[in-house]
Each structure stands twice: as structure tokens, then as C-alpha cells.
Design a protein around this ligand. Structure first.
Ligand code: ASP
Length: 288
């Protein structure tokens, strides 16, 4: 079957100043993911490749360029799910790892645990040869500035990917620095399977972005995937899940989805959400 890929670069306020940079970042990340899929590679490898490119790009709030906690540190959340085998890997509040999505992948491959946090997750990175670096080297001037003036709000720029490979397998991945001025030790939805990330070959895959605590309270990614039951449209499932989120919590978010048939959908209730998606093997961008 044909492959399908969708990426997001975060939900939130429009940011015209960084639009060009975000477009270029999403195009590069899409190329990395599509390169895997077009060579009959696995959906799991495609979402990791795409998200790692976005983590390396300082314009996004993930990996390098992540927002800062109230203590002025960087603490990262990431998760990945393989919808073929129901394997998962996630890390929360981890410092000093440039590509937390690769660390989440290592947790998945190891298979002993599903979620690792803090210093123990960092030590696991050292053990598994996932590159580490000094915690401060992930701080950019832009995020330092934002930290000096910011509050505990969602910083647009969380990243995520959902892919279906030519064998029909689905995978989803999400990575973020979280919220500006979050408490040190706070873990958001992006680290939690079912909230920020979910994939089930029988139904679909999803990555969420937006208000983390409301997303957690409604296990939004799984809710959206469950709404795909009965062959319902991904665009409808995304909108319906976001309506439930709004009704139950007042939260705002964005979702990207692919169903078991390879149909792509997305929706957001924030002012905007950047996406790149495959349409007949070509990349289409929606960036504000
Ligand atoms: N959901 C992320 C968090 O709360 C933030 C975002 O997606 O913008 O950590």
C-alpha cells in the first residue's frame, strides 16, 4: 500500500517571524521521514528520523532550542509508539540529551520499561550510547529571552510525526521542551502514551500538541484514535476529540492522525498549528 506521513511543528499562537525557518525545518524533517518510507522502511524508523531532525532545529521547542523551566533549565519529554507490536518508549523531564526521541526509541527497543524520567533516563542514554551533552548546551538565546519575559504558557514548537509504511504498519512520535516556566520535574502529555502519542495498527496513529495538562486529563491521542473506529474520517475524529477536550477541560490543542487505510487528518483549536503532510507522495505545507 502507499506510504503516508504527517508531521506537526506545534500548536499555539501564529508566529510570522519564524515562519520561513519553520517551513524549512518541516520540509527537511519530512524529507528524512519520507526517505525511510519510500525505500520500504518502517513507520517506526520514519517517525524517529523526522522528529530527530525537528529536535536538531532550534526554531522548534524540542531538543536544541527547547523552552526553559522556572529554574532556567531544559527538561525534555518524548514518546514513541509502534502500532504494529504495541511497543512503546517514553522519557520525561530528561536533561542533557539532544535527541530525546532517540532515547525514547532506546527505551522501546530495550522493552523492560515503558517510561523513564530524570537522571535515571540520562544514565540509560549513556548506557545505550544515545548522545548526551551538557544540560546548558541545549539553551538558545531565543529561549533564554522568552524565559526572562514568559509565563507558564504553551510555547508553540512541540514536534510530532505519524507514519504508515508500505506494509501498513503505523507509528507515532512526539517530542517537546514543554511549557515556559514549568516547574522543574513537571512531565507533560508528550511523554505519556495515550495522551500525547498513540498508535494501533487496527485503528490509527496520533500525535498531539497544545495544553499538556488538559490533554493528559482526557488521554487525547488515544481518544482520537478510538474515534476512528467504524471507518470514520481522520479529520472528523481529530475535530471531535478536540471538541471533547474543549467541553470537558476548556483546553486547546492540535492533533495529527493517520488511520489504518492511510487516510490523513488533522485539526486544531489553537490559533494555528504547523503541519507537513504527504499528498500523493508530495509534501504539502500548512504553516502560519
Ligand atoms: N503539550 C506540550 C506540553 O504541555 C506543549 C505543546 O505541545 O505545545 O508539554
Amino acid at each position: 500500500m502507499p506510504a503516508a506521513l504527517i508531521l506537526h511543528g506545534g500548536a499555539g499562537a501564529a508566529d510570522p517571524d519564524s515562519r520561513g525557518q519553520r517551513e524549512r525545518g518541516l520540509i527537511s524533517a519530512f524529507a528524512a521521514g519520507w526517505n525511510v518510507l519510500s525505500h520500504n522502511g518502517r513507520a517506526l524508523d520514519a517517525v524517529i528520523s523526522a522528529v530527530a531532525v525537528l529536535e536538531d532545529d532550534p526554531v522548534f521547542n524540542a531538543g536544541l532550542g527547547s523552552c526553559l523551566t522556572q529554574d532556567g533549565t531544559v527538561e525534555l519529554d518524548a514518546s514513541v509508539m509502534d502500532g504494529a507490536a504495541f511497543r512503546v518508549g517514553a522519557v520525561g523531564a530528561v536533561a542533557g540529551v539532544r535527541n530525546p526521541i532517540r532515547l525514547a526509541r532506546a527505551v522501546l527497543e530495550d522493552g523492560r520499561h515503558a517510561l523513564m524520567v530524570g537522571p535515571g533516563a540520562w544514565r540509560f542514554a549513556r548506557e545505550r550510547a544515545v548522545p548526551t551533552l551538557s544540560a546548558q548546551s541545549l539553551v538558545t538565546a531565543r529561549q533564554y529571552q522568552r524565559w526572562r519575559t514568559g509565563r507558564g504558557v504553551a510555547t508553540p514548537g512541540t514536534v510530532g510525526a505519524v507514519a504508515q509504511d508500505t506494509a501498513g504498519n503505523l507509528a507515532a512520535a512526539t517530542s517537546t521542551g514543554g511549557l515556559v516556566h514549568k516547574r522543574s520535574g513537571r512531565v507533560g502529555d508528550s511523554a505519556i502514551i495515550g495522551a500525547g502519542t498513540y498508535a494501533d495498527n487496527g485503528l490509527g496513529g496520533c500525535s498531539a500538541t497544545g495544553d499538556g495538562e488538559p490533554i493528559l486529563r482526557t488521554t487525547l491521542a488515544r481518544t482520537a484514535v478510538e474515534l476512528l473506529g467504524g471507518g470514520r474520517e481522520p479529520g472528523w475524529a481529530a475535530q471531535t476529540a478536540l471538541r471533547l477536550l474543549g467541553q470537558r477541560t476548556g483546553g486547546e490543542a492540535g492533533l495529527i492522525l493517520i488511520d489504518g487505510l492511510g487516510r490523513i487528518g488533522y485539526a486544531y483549536t489553537t490559533p494555528t498549528m504547523s503541519v507537513a503532510l504527504s499528498v500523493e507522495r508530495q509534501v504539502q505545507l500548512r504553516v502560519a
